[in-house]
Each structure stands twice: as structure tokens, then as C-alpha cells.
Write a protein that binds this ligand. Sequence first.
Ligand code: SF4
Length: 75
Amino acid sequence: MGRSLEVAVAPSCISSGYCRNSAPDVFGQGPDRRSTVTSNPVAESESLWEAMEGCPVEAISAKDTVTGDVVFPEE
Ligand code: SF4
């Protein structure tokens, strides 16, 4: 925890709303109803992890802004 992450939502988002409910400070809804990240970079948090792990179509990804490493999805 404590990392600064660049979070992205892929076009495969089906707008389930799970991420917006889990981490409303991170995810919003775009004009096409898919989720968007309201402001990058994002401070790593439990609610962000809940959103990433709970996405039903695995549309959310995150990179460490310092190292460039892919933080999610995990290998
Ligand atoms: S949890 Fe996944 S499918 Fe649901 S709104 Fe968020 S990105 Fe889209």
C-alpha cells in the first residue's frame, strides 16, 4: 500500500457499477456509461483493490507510476 498508481478501465467494461460503488473516489461514469478513472494517478487503497479484484470482466488495470510495473492484474 502507499503506492501511486496509474489506473485504467478497458473498453470491455460492461458498466456493472461495482467499481464505482466500491471506490467512488476513483471511478466515475463516462458518457457511454462505461466507468472511467476520474483522476490519475490514484493513491493505492483497500477500496481500489476491492474494485479491481471485483470487476466481473477484469477490465481494470493498474501500473506503479514510479517503477512502471504492472500492479494489477497480478501475474
Ligand atoms: S467493475 Fe468492471 S465492468 Fe463494472 S463498471 Fe467497473 S470496470 Fe466496468
